[in-house]
Design a protein around this ligand. Structure first.
Ligand code: NDP
Ligand code: GDR
Length: 372
Protein backbone atom coordinates (compact mmCIF):
# COMPACT_ATOMS: atom_id res chain seq x y z
CA UNK A 1 0.00 0.00 0.00
CA UNK A 2 1.44 3.38 -1.01
CA UNK A 3 1.81 6.05 1.67
CA UNK A 4 1.25 9.74 0.98
CA UNK A 5 1.92 12.71 3.23
CA UNK A 6 -0.09 15.87 2.55
CA UNK A 7 0.79 19.23 4.09
CA UNK A 8 -2.23 21.54 4.05
CA UNK A 9 -4.65 18.60 4.30
CA UNK A 10 -7.21 20.78 6.09
CA UNK A 11 -7.33 23.21 3.14
CA UNK A 12 -9.41 23.11 -0.03
CA UNK A 13 -6.99 21.08 -2.18
CA UNK A 14 -5.72 18.94 0.68
CA UNK A 15 -9.22 17.69 1.43
CA UNK A 16 -10.00 16.78 -2.21
CA UNK A 17 -6.57 15.17 -2.67
CA UNK A 18 -6.98 13.10 0.52
CA UNK A 19 -10.36 11.82 -0.76
CA UNK A 20 -8.83 11.03 -4.14
CA UNK A 21 -5.84 9.13 -2.68
CA UNK A 22 -8.01 7.16 -0.25
CA UNK A 23 -10.12 6.05 -3.20
CA UNK A 24 -6.92 4.95 -4.95
CA UNK A 25 -6.09 2.73 -1.95
CA UNK A 26 -3.37 4.90 -0.38
CA UNK A 27 -2.59 5.24 3.30
CA UNK A 28 -3.00 8.99 3.73
CA UNK A 29 -1.18 11.07 6.34
CA UNK A 30 -1.79 14.76 6.78
CA UNK A 31 -0.30 17.57 8.83
CA UNK A 32 -2.73 19.77 10.71
CA UNK A 33 -1.93 22.87 12.71
CA UNK A 34 -2.81 23.27 16.34
CA UNK A 35 -5.65 25.81 16.64
CA UNK A 36 -7.83 26.92 19.53
CA UNK A 37 -10.89 25.51 17.81
CA UNK A 38 -11.50 22.58 15.45
CA UNK A 39 -10.00 23.20 12.00
CA UNK A 40 -10.67 19.86 10.30
CA UNK A 41 -14.13 20.64 8.88
CA UNK A 42 -13.07 19.89 5.29
CA UNK A 43 -11.81 16.39 6.17
CA UNK A 44 -14.23 15.40 8.95
CA UNK A 45 -16.21 13.25 6.50
CA UNK A 46 -13.16 11.07 5.74
CA UNK A 47 -11.83 10.95 9.30
CA UNK A 48 -11.12 7.43 10.53
CA UNK A 49 -10.95 6.60 14.21
CA UNK A 50 -7.26 5.77 14.89
CA UNK A 51 -8.46 2.96 17.19
CA UNK A 52 -9.94 0.97 14.32
CA UNK A 53 -7.78 -1.66 12.73
CA UNK A 54 -6.32 -0.84 9.31
CA UNK A 55 -7.19 2.86 9.50
CA UNK A 56 -5.83 4.52 6.35
CA UNK A 57 -6.29 8.17 7.30
CA UNK A 58 -4.00 9.73 9.90
CA UNK A 59 -3.55 13.32 11.07
CA UNK A 60 -0.35 14.58 12.72
CA UNK A 61 0.11 17.89 14.50
CA UNK A 62 2.74 19.97 12.78
CA UNK A 63 3.74 23.18 11.09
CA UNK A 64 5.78 24.09 8.03
CA UNK A 65 7.83 26.46 10.19
CA UNK A 66 9.00 23.60 12.44
CA UNK A 67 11.95 21.67 10.98
CA UNK A 68 12.30 19.01 13.70
CA UNK A 69 8.58 18.27 13.60
CA UNK A 70 8.58 17.81 9.79
CA UNK A 71 11.69 15.64 9.89
CA UNK A 72 10.25 13.42 12.62
CA UNK A 73 6.92 12.97 10.78
CA UNK A 74 8.64 12.06 7.50
CA UNK A 75 11.01 9.72 9.30
CA UNK A 76 8.10 7.92 11.00
CA UNK A 77 5.92 7.63 7.89
CA UNK A 78 8.62 7.04 5.22
CA UNK A 79 6.14 8.29 2.59
CA UNK A 80 6.24 7.30 -1.09
CA UNK A 81 4.79 10.67 -2.03
CA UNK A 82 4.81 14.09 -0.32
CA UNK A 83 2.35 16.72 -1.53
CA UNK A 84 3.35 20.16 -0.22
CA UNK A 85 0.02 22.01 -0.33
CA UNK A 86 0.42 23.86 2.99
CA UNK A 87 0.82 27.60 2.67
CA UNK A 88 -0.22 31.02 3.82
CA UNK A 89 -2.10 31.10 0.55
CA UNK A 90 -3.82 34.51 0.57
CA UNK A 91 -2.12 37.03 -1.72
CA UNK A 92 -3.55 40.15 -0.01
CA UNK A 93 -2.66 38.82 3.46
CA UNK A 94 0.94 38.26 2.30
CA UNK A 95 1.38 42.05 2.07
CA UNK A 96 0.46 42.26 5.75
CA UNK A 97 2.52 39.24 6.88
CA UNK A 98 5.36 39.05 4.38
CA UNK A 99 7.94 37.47 6.67
CA UNK A 100 5.63 34.74 7.95
CA UNK A 101 4.52 34.04 4.37
CA UNK A 102 8.16 33.60 3.31
CA UNK A 103 8.87 31.31 6.26
CA UNK A 104 5.93 29.01 5.50
CA UNK A 105 5.69 29.19 1.70
CA UNK A 106 9.39 29.40 0.75
CA UNK A 107 11.44 27.89 3.58
CA UNK A 108 8.66 25.38 4.36
CA UNK A 109 9.29 23.72 0.98
CA UNK A 110 13.03 23.68 1.64
CA UNK A 111 12.48 22.11 5.07
CA UNK A 112 10.54 19.23 3.49
CA UNK A 113 13.04 18.65 0.68
CA UNK A 114 15.95 18.78 3.09
CA UNK A 115 14.21 16.36 5.50
CA UNK A 116 13.68 13.89 2.62
CA UNK A 117 17.35 14.19 1.64
CA UNK A 118 18.71 14.11 5.21
CA UNK A 119 16.71 10.96 5.95
CA UNK A 120 18.15 9.23 2.87
CA UNK A 121 14.74 9.05 1.17
CA UNK A 122 15.69 11.03 -1.93
CA UNK A 123 15.39 7.98 -4.18
CA UNK A 124 12.16 6.72 -2.57
CA UNK A 125 10.01 9.76 -1.82
CA UNK A 126 8.43 11.73 -4.66
CA UNK A 127 7.73 15.41 -3.99
CA UNK A 128 4.98 17.65 -5.36
CA UNK A 129 5.22 21.43 -4.87
CA UNK A 130 2.06 23.55 -5.11
CA UNK A 131 3.36 26.27 -7.40
CA UNK A 132 1.14 28.98 -8.76
CA UNK A 133 0.17 31.17 -11.69
CA UNK A 134 0.95 34.11 -9.37
CA UNK A 135 4.59 33.51 -10.39
CA UNK A 136 3.71 35.14 -13.74
CA UNK A 137 2.38 38.27 -11.96
CA UNK A 138 3.08 41.09 -14.37
CA UNK A 139 2.59 38.87 -17.38
CA UNK A 140 5.31 38.70 -20.04
CA UNK A 141 3.35 36.55 -22.51
CA UNK A 142 -0.26 35.45 -23.06
CA UNK A 143 -1.29 32.71 -22.55
CA UNK A 144 1.23 31.69 -19.90
CA UNK A 145 3.03 28.36 -20.29
CA UNK A 146 5.91 26.52 -18.64
CA UNK A 147 8.53 28.64 -20.47
CA UNK A 148 6.93 32.05 -19.78
CA UNK A 149 9.25 34.22 -17.62
CA UNK A 150 8.15 34.92 -14.03
CA UNK A 151 7.52 38.37 -12.56
CA UNK A 152 6.00 37.90 -9.09
CA UNK A 153 3.90 40.78 -7.73
CA UNK A 154 3.39 39.97 -4.02
CA UNK A 155 5.32 38.61 -1.04
CA UNK A 156 3.26 35.42 -1.54
CA UNK A 157 4.38 35.06 -5.16
CA UNK A 158 8.01 35.86 -4.34
CA UNK A 159 7.99 33.19 -1.60
CA UNK A 160 6.41 30.70 -4.01
CA UNK A 161 9.11 31.54 -6.54
CA UNK A 162 11.76 30.38 -4.07
CA UNK A 163 9.79 27.18 -3.48
CA UNK A 164 9.53 26.64 -7.25
CA UNK A 165 13.28 26.94 -7.81
CA UNK A 166 14.36 24.97 -4.74
CA UNK A 167 12.18 22.12 -6.01
CA UNK A 168 13.88 22.29 -9.42
CA UNK A 169 17.25 22.53 -7.67
CA UNK A 170 16.75 19.39 -5.55
CA UNK A 171 15.71 17.54 -8.68
CA UNK A 172 18.83 18.65 -10.54
CA UNK A 173 21.28 18.43 -7.63
CA UNK A 174 20.20 15.20 -5.95
CA UNK A 175 18.22 13.42 -8.66
CA UNK A 176 15.07 13.63 -6.56
CA UNK A 177 11.68 13.05 -8.18
CA UNK A 178 10.47 16.57 -7.38
CA UNK A 179 8.07 18.57 -9.51
CA UNK A 180 6.05 21.75 -9.67
CA UNK A 181 2.42 22.03 -10.64
CA UNK A 182 1.96 25.63 -11.78
CA UNK A 183 -1.72 25.79 -10.99
CA UNK A 184 -4.00 28.60 -12.06
CA UNK A 185 -6.87 29.61 -9.73
CA UNK A 186 -9.13 26.74 -8.79
CA UNK A 187 -12.22 26.90 -6.67
CA UNK A 188 -15.04 24.79 -5.22
CA UNK A 189 -17.68 24.90 -2.51
CA UNK A 190 -14.77 24.22 -0.12
CA UNK A 191 -12.87 27.35 -1.20
CA UNK A 192 -11.81 29.62 1.68
CA UNK A 193 -14.43 32.33 2.27
CA UNK A 194 -12.05 35.27 1.73
CA UNK A 195 -10.97 34.31 -1.80
CA UNK A 196 -12.96 36.30 -4.31
CA UNK A 197 -15.12 33.55 -5.87
CA UNK A 198 -16.32 32.14 -2.56
CA UNK A 199 -16.68 35.62 -1.09
CA UNK A 200 -19.00 36.39 -4.02
CA UNK A 201 -21.08 33.18 -4.00
CA UNK A 202 -21.49 33.31 -0.21
CA UNK A 203 -22.46 36.99 -0.16
CA UNK A 204 -24.86 36.65 -3.11
CA UNK A 205 -26.57 33.74 -1.33
CA UNK A 206 -26.84 35.68 1.94
CA UNK A 207 -28.16 38.74 0.09
CA UNK A 208 -30.69 36.57 -1.76
CA UNK A 209 -32.10 35.47 1.60
CA UNK A 210 -31.95 38.96 3.14
CA UNK A 211 -29.16 38.05 5.56
CA UNK A 212 -26.73 40.67 4.17
CA UNK A 213 -27.30 43.92 2.28
CA UNK A 214 -24.23 44.49 0.19
CA UNK A 215 -21.08 42.81 -1.13
CA UNK A 216 -17.94 44.97 -1.08
CA UNK A 217 -15.20 44.07 -3.57
CA UNK A 218 -11.85 45.41 -4.78
CA UNK A 219 -10.66 45.25 -8.39
CA UNK A 220 -13.56 43.95 -10.47
CA UNK A 221 -11.57 44.17 -13.72
CA UNK A 222 -9.13 41.42 -12.67
CA UNK A 223 -9.21 38.49 -15.10
CA UNK A 224 -8.59 34.92 -13.94
CA UNK A 225 -8.47 31.45 -15.45
CA UNK A 226 -10.73 29.64 -12.98
CA UNK A 227 -10.97 25.85 -12.81
CA UNK A 228 -12.39 23.33 -10.34
CA UNK A 229 -10.21 22.00 -7.50
CA UNK A 230 -11.37 18.42 -8.12
CA UNK A 231 -9.91 18.45 -11.64
CA UNK A 232 -6.69 19.98 -10.36
CA UNK A 233 -5.92 17.52 -7.52
CA UNK A 234 -6.28 14.64 -9.97
CA UNK A 235 -3.51 16.29 -11.92
CA UNK A 236 -1.31 16.65 -8.82
CA UNK A 237 -1.37 12.87 -8.42
CA UNK A 238 -0.81 12.26 -12.15
CA UNK A 239 2.32 14.40 -12.02
CA UNK A 240 3.89 12.05 -9.47
CA UNK A 241 3.16 8.90 -11.53
CA UNK A 242 5.41 9.71 -14.53
CA UNK A 243 8.75 8.12 -15.35
CA UNK A 244 10.58 11.43 -15.23
CA UNK A 245 9.76 14.36 -12.96
CA UNK A 246 8.70 17.53 -14.78
CA UNK A 247 6.84 20.81 -14.22
CA UNK A 248 3.37 21.48 -15.67
CA UNK A 249 0.96 24.39 -16.11
CA UNK A 250 -2.54 23.40 -15.02
CA UNK A 251 -5.28 25.70 -16.31
CA UNK A 252 -8.50 25.70 -18.32
CA UNK A 253 -7.27 28.01 -21.09
CA UNK A 254 -10.09 30.54 -20.70
CA UNK A 255 -10.58 33.53 -18.44
CA UNK A 256 -13.36 35.79 -17.13
CA UNK A 257 -13.36 38.93 -14.97
CA UNK A 258 -14.34 39.23 -11.32
CA UNK A 259 -17.31 41.33 -12.52
CA UNK A 260 -18.48 38.49 -14.78
CA UNK A 261 -18.13 36.02 -11.93
CA UNK A 262 -20.43 38.29 -9.87
CA UNK A 263 -22.90 38.40 -12.78
CA UNK A 264 -22.78 34.61 -13.17
CA UNK A 265 -23.27 33.99 -9.43
CA UNK A 266 -26.20 36.39 -9.21
CA UNK A 267 -27.83 34.70 -12.22
CA UNK A 268 -27.53 31.33 -10.47
CA UNK A 269 -29.38 32.88 -7.52
CA UNK A 270 -32.17 34.15 -9.78
CA UNK A 271 -30.96 37.76 -9.83
CA UNK A 272 -30.11 39.88 -12.90
CA UNK A 273 -27.66 42.72 -12.25
CA UNK A 274 -26.84 45.93 -14.06
CA UNK A 275 -23.44 47.50 -13.45
CA UNK A 276 -22.82 51.24 -13.54
CA UNK A 277 -20.09 53.70 -12.60
CA UNK A 278 -16.35 53.18 -12.75
CA UNK A 279 -13.49 52.39 -10.35
CA UNK A 280 -14.39 53.08 -6.72
CA UNK A 281 -17.79 54.42 -7.85
CA UNK A 282 -18.89 51.19 -9.53
CA UNK A 283 -22.07 49.51 -8.26
CA UNK A 284 -24.34 46.64 -9.27
CA UNK A 285 -28.09 47.05 -9.00
CA UNK A 286 -30.79 44.36 -9.13
CA UNK A 287 -32.48 44.85 -12.52
CA UNK A 288 -34.73 41.76 -12.49
CA UNK A 289 -35.55 38.75 -10.34
CA UNK A 290 -35.84 35.64 -12.47
CA UNK A 291 -36.38 33.14 -9.65
CA UNK A 292 -38.13 34.69 -6.62
CA UNK A 293 -38.00 31.38 -4.74
CA UNK A 294 -34.19 31.50 -4.72
CA UNK A 295 -34.02 35.19 -3.88
CA UNK A 296 -36.84 36.06 -1.48
CA UNK A 297 -34.79 38.79 0.24
CA UNK A 298 -34.11 41.19 -2.66
CA UNK A 299 -36.11 43.78 -4.56
CA UNK A 300 -35.54 45.28 -8.00
CA UNK A 301 -33.53 48.47 -7.55
CA UNK A 302 -31.45 47.24 -4.58
CA UNK A 303 -27.76 48.12 -4.85
CA UNK A 304 -26.07 44.91 -3.78
CA UNK A 305 -22.44 45.30 -4.91
CA UNK A 306 -20.08 48.22 -4.25
CA UNK A 307 -16.35 48.78 -4.53
CA UNK A 308 -14.29 49.26 -1.38
CA UNK A 309 -10.67 50.36 -2.02
CA UNK A 310 -9.70 48.47 1.15
CA UNK A 311 -9.60 45.39 -1.06
CA UNK A 312 -7.23 46.90 -3.62
CA UNK A 313 -3.74 45.40 -3.46
CA UNK A 314 -0.45 47.36 -3.32
CA UNK A 315 0.53 45.57 -6.57
CA UNK A 316 -2.15 43.78 -8.57
CA UNK A 317 -2.06 40.84 -10.95
CA UNK A 318 -4.49 42.09 -13.59
CA UNK A 319 -4.76 39.11 -15.90
CA UNK A 320 -3.88 35.42 -15.92
CA UNK A 321 -4.60 32.92 -18.65
CA UNK A 322 -2.93 29.52 -18.75
CA UNK A 323 -1.94 27.25 -21.62
CA UNK A 324 -2.31 23.63 -20.43
CA UNK A 325 -1.12 22.07 -23.74
CA UNK A 326 1.86 20.29 -22.15
CA UNK A 327 -0.32 18.64 -19.48
CA UNK A 328 -2.84 17.63 -22.15
CA UNK A 329 -0.23 16.18 -24.50
CA UNK A 330 2.13 14.51 -22.01
CA UNK A 331 -0.31 13.42 -19.31
CA UNK A 332 -3.57 13.21 -21.16
CA UNK A 333 -5.18 15.60 -18.67
CA UNK A 334 -8.10 17.82 -19.56
CA UNK A 335 -10.26 19.78 -17.14
CA UNK A 336 -13.81 18.40 -16.99
CA UNK A 337 -15.62 21.15 -15.07
CA UNK A 338 -16.30 24.58 -16.64
CA UNK A 339 -16.37 27.84 -14.71
CA UNK A 340 -20.16 28.02 -15.25
CA UNK A 341 -20.74 24.55 -13.75
CA UNK A 342 -18.38 25.29 -10.88
CA UNK A 343 -20.06 28.62 -10.14
CA UNK A 344 -23.49 26.92 -10.18
CA UNK A 345 -22.24 24.31 -7.68
CA UNK A 346 -20.77 26.97 -5.38
CA UNK A 347 -23.91 29.13 -5.46
CA UNK A 348 -26.19 26.14 -4.84
CA UNK A 349 -24.07 25.15 -1.84
CA UNK A 350 -24.11 28.68 -0.40
CA UNK A 351 -27.85 29.16 -1.10
CA UNK A 352 -28.49 25.99 0.85
CA UNK A 353 -26.56 27.34 3.83
CA UNK A 354 -28.24 30.75 3.58
CA UNK A 355 -31.67 29.11 3.44
CA UNK A 356 -30.95 27.25 6.67
CA UNK A 357 -29.69 30.44 8.34
CA UNK A 358 -32.78 32.33 7.18
CA UNK A 359 -35.05 29.63 8.60
CA UNK A 360 -33.28 29.77 11.97
CA UNK A 361 -33.60 33.55 11.99
CA UNK A 362 -37.29 33.32 11.11
CA UNK A 363 -37.80 31.09 14.15
CA UNK A 364 -36.13 33.56 16.48
CA UNK A 365 -32.64 32.06 16.68
CA UNK A 366 -29.58 34.32 16.58
CA UNK A 367 -27.68 33.97 13.31
CA UNK A 368 -24.15 35.34 13.14
CA UNK A 369 -21.35 34.48 10.73
CA UNK A 370 -17.80 35.71 10.07
CA UNK A 371 -17.50 38.43 7.45
CA UNK A 372 -13.74 38.94 7.06
P1 NDP B 1 -5.94 26.76 1.49
O1 NDP B 1 -5.64 28.13 1.99
O2 NDP B 1 -7.35 26.30 1.39
O3 NDP B 1 -5.17 25.70 2.40
C1 NDP B 1 -3.87 25.96 2.90
C2 NDP B 1 -3.51 24.84 3.85
O4 NDP B 1 -2.21 25.14 4.40
C3 NDP B 1 -4.45 24.70 5.06
O5 NDP B 1 -4.55 23.35 5.40
C4 NDP B 1 -3.69 25.45 6.15
O6 NDP B 1 -4.02 25.04 7.45
C5 NDP B 1 -2.27 25.03 5.81
N1 NDP B 1 -1.25 25.89 6.41
C6 NDP B 1 -1.21 27.23 6.47
N2 NDP B 1 -0.13 27.64 7.15
C7 NDP B 1 0.53 26.53 7.54
C8 NDP B 1 1.69 26.28 8.31
N3 NDP B 1 2.41 27.28 8.83
N4 NDP B 1 2.07 25.00 8.52
C9 NDP B 1 1.34 23.97 8.03
N5 NDP B 1 0.21 24.13 7.31
C10 NDP B 1 -0.18 25.40 7.07
O7 NDP B 1 -5.20 26.62 0.07
P2 NDP B 1 -5.64 25.77 -1.22
O8 NDP B 1 -6.04 24.42 -0.78
O9 NDP B 1 -6.50 26.60 -2.08
O10 NDP B 1 -4.23 25.68 -1.97
C11 NDP B 1 -3.31 24.61 -1.74
C12 NDP B 1 -1.92 25.03 -2.15
O11 NDP B 1 -1.92 25.36 -3.54
C13 NDP B 1 -1.38 26.27 -1.44
O12 NDP B 1 0.00 26.07 -1.27
C14 NDP B 1 -1.65 27.40 -2.41
O13 NDP B 1 -0.71 28.43 -2.21
C15 NDP B 1 -1.44 26.68 -3.72
N6 NDP B 1 -2.19 27.19 -4.85
C16 NDP B 1 -3.54 27.32 -4.77
C17 NDP B 1 -4.27 27.72 -5.84
C18 NDP B 1 -5.76 27.89 -5.79
O14 NDP B 1 -6.31 28.55 -6.69
N7 NDP B 1 -6.45 27.32 -4.83
C19 NDP B 1 -3.61 27.99 -7.16
C20 NDP B 1 -2.18 27.78 -7.13
C21 NDP B 1 -1.52 27.38 -6.03
P3 NDP B 1 -5.31 25.67 8.23
O15 NDP B 1 -6.50 24.92 7.70
O16 NDP B 1 -4.99 25.38 9.64
O17 NDP B 1 -5.35 27.13 7.90
P1 GDR C 1 -5.66 35.26 -6.11
O1 GDR C 1 -7.14 34.96 -5.63
O2 GDR C 1 -5.10 36.50 -5.54
O3 GDR C 1 -5.69 35.16 -7.62
O4 GDR C 1 -4.87 34.04 -5.47
P2 GDR C 1 -8.27 35.89 -4.99
O5 GDR C 1 -9.52 35.14 -5.15
O6 GDR C 1 -7.90 36.35 -3.63
O7 GDR C 1 -8.25 37.18 -5.96
C1 GDR C 1 -8.53 37.08 -7.35
C2 GDR C 1 -8.66 38.47 -7.94
O8 GDR C 1 -9.85 39.07 -7.44
C3 GDR C 1 -9.56 40.41 -7.06
N1 GDR C 1 -10.52 40.87 -6.04
C4 GDR C 1 -10.63 40.40 -4.79
N2 GDR C 1 -9.98 39.39 -4.15
C5 GDR C 1 -10.34 39.11 -2.87
N3 GDR C 1 -9.75 38.10 -2.23
N4 GDR C 1 -11.31 39.84 -2.22
C6 GDR C 1 -11.97 40.87 -2.82
O9 GDR C 1 -12.82 41.50 -2.21
C7 GDR C 1 -11.63 41.15 -4.17
N5 GDR C 1 -12.08 42.04 -5.07
C8 GDR C 1 -11.41 41.85 -6.20
C9 GDR C 1 -8.14 40.34 -6.56
O10 GDR C 1 -7.56 41.65 -6.50
C10 GDR C 1 -7.52 39.42 -7.58
O11 GDR C 1 -7.14 40.12 -8.72
C11 GDR C 1 -5.40 32.73 -5.48
C12 GDR C 1 -4.88 31.98 -4.24
O12 GDR C 1 -5.53 30.74 -4.14
C13 GDR C 1 -3.38 31.76 -4.35
O13 GDR C 1 -2.96 30.92 -3.26
C14 GDR C 1 -3.08 31.07 -5.69
O14 GDR C 1 -1.69 30.89 -5.82
C15 GDR C 1 -3.64 31.89 -6.85
O15 GDR C 1 -5.04 32.05 -6.67
C16 GDR C 1 -3.40 31.21 -8.18
Amino acid sequence: MKKALITGITGQDGSYLAEFLLEKGYEVHGIKRRASSFNTERVDHIYQDPHIENARFHLHYGDLTDTSNLTRIISEIQPDEVYNLGAQSHVAVSFESPEYTADVDAIGALRLLEAIRFLGLEKKTRFYQASTSELYGLVQETPQKETTPFHPRSPYAVAKMYAYWITVNYREAYGMYACNGILFNHESPRRGETFVTRKITRAIANIAYGLEDCLYLGNMDALRDWGHAKDYVRMQWMMLQQEVADDFVIATGSQISVRDFVRLSAKEAGIELSFSGEGVGETATVSAITDPEKAPGVTVGDVIVRVDPRYFRPAEVETLLGDPTKAKEKLGWTPEITVETMCAEMVANDLDKAKRHALLKQHGYDVTFSKE
